[in-house]
Design a protein. Sequence first.
Length: 682
Amino acid sequence: MKEYVLNKKSAGLGSQIDYKKELNDQQYKAVTAPPGPALILAGAGSGKTRTLTYRVAYLLDQGLNPDQILLLTFTNKAAKEMLERVSALVQTTVAGLWGGTFHSVGSRMLRRHADKMGYGRDFTILDRDDSVQLLKTIASESKSKAVKEKKFPKADRILEMISLSANVRMPLRELLENRYKSQLAWLDEILWIAKHYHERKKAANGMDFDDLLCLWLDLLEKNPDVLERYQEQFHFILVDEFQDTNCIQAEIVQKLAAKRKNVMAVGDDSQSIYSWRGADVENILGFAQRFPGAQVYPVEVNYRSVPEILEVANAAIAHNPQVYPKKLSANRPESGARPALVACENAYQQADFILQRIEELAEQESIPLREIAILYRSHFHSSELQMTLQKCGLPFDISSGVRFFDQAHIKDVLAHLKLIVNPRDEISFRRLALMLPGLGLRSASKLWTLWTIYYQSHAEESADLRASRLWNRTAESAPAKAKSAMQIVGKHLAEMEVEPYRNRPGALIRLILERGYEAHVEEQFNNASSRLEDLEQMAQFAESFPTLEEFLSDLALLTEIEQEHSEQDETDGTRREAIKLMTIHQAKGLEFQAVFVIGLCDGQFPSNRSLNEPGGETEERRLFYVAVTRAKDWLALCYPVMKTRGGYYSDDPFSPPSRFLQEIPEELLEPWKLTGLDPFGW
């Protein structure tokens, strides 16, 4: 096949984009890079998305068809935003371009080739709650007395182990021996549960999110014809946030790019902060070894922050060993205030200071509350602050808690829909069954066994063995207290499985409410009106999907991967006028006019746990760098001198200032003295 070569303008779209004019010099070099492996080192606030977007537009201008480009991102929101920008730039549709998260693209390929992996194309995607429920079920069926002990790890803890084992490609036994030594007393039981978890998923024609990566890689490794097909199709592969990839994702990229070598990774090793979920910073640090001959394009002009904030950021990250030295420079010409270093007597005085300063920023400097963020290493560090803000009545949002699609009433409705799509979905069957009177875990297990037997004995007779038929057959063996309720549910399922509802997910949700679930919400839940409003909003969201399968696939991916960082209060999408409280991990990718970083004490930030792990301190320093670079105009770095515990001083009252503060040259910071405390008193 003829190899594609850049710079043949006659074959391209000819969009008339003036790349030289619209990009800075560093961005221009990266966007117009010749074929071959390339690494764009895009520093914080340097226009990473803009650079990647223009790169896609440039490739289209040079003659590539959209379906010859693969764009891998870490959120569906990022992929959608980039594709919309590209369409606007080239003034034509890019519908054929493969763009999305690793998990969504993996799901797409696996659905095409599910038979090669022993699955049906109608496989269900299990979200976290589905997986936890399945693990609980399996544990309840264990004959081991150890599993019944109170100290035995809970299902979500076991899921964490199984997931990390998959993402770092380490056998579960070895993982426990290295990272979960406290759980080794239950090694055999955990391995038994994990084994049955994988078996039950496959038997139910289900995949969890780790499967979408692991099985995708297996598909490419075990099927040379499939691998060759996509190596031929994708002339250029672009990967966003490469510093956040795990070993599986990096291997997938390497395999897909092995023939043409046209892979461009965009990322910043200084912002690699997700090792706890399997991300491997060595993927970006070792990019040149993985892709020999790779060219490196630094993009270091920062459009976000005043120079004084960037000087602190550069000084902070300079203490980490760096394969790719970089230094952020400010595009903003104006000078700003030096970041404030604030020593507080304790966490309560820290909260009082923040409250007073926020009022000054709002009243004297006209900074909107939504442009003020308070960042911390852990939500625990914000407890005193939350109480203070609550008392004074200042509006604030906390980016934590149960996400919208993880709430019980949402999961209940989705169970109806999932069972309609995939009659082998054990998790959804159990969720519906356990909602009914007279059914407990034991009876639900018996009914599922009957369901499975009936399915297997009739699957060959009917290609369309619907959930309602299975449900009604199973209901015949239900306990007397539950039989009538089960039969009613069966009638409702039968109604949902046929047109006009089957492929109208929005209408299906409303039908579920009408057929009894609205009454269930009002009987079983507090704040019922709010929950019913949630379901109506979900129904409106579902109306944009042409099929039920597409709605469930996208929703499952959204539930696990994408977490909105900024709350929305108005129907037009504007952000609520409220101060933002969030962990630094949640703040990555966001920016605010004024930022407070609190709890900067050794043991809190960096955390004691991280300091005891290999590479922990360097990652914590990268996390501090991320926190600093969220600020546009004003930054405060705060630490309490004294510890408090439940409002009283602890036996060891002093909190040593974070080592990260002590590494910054004093002349770069402005000391703010409260009640005579010297911020540089270390």
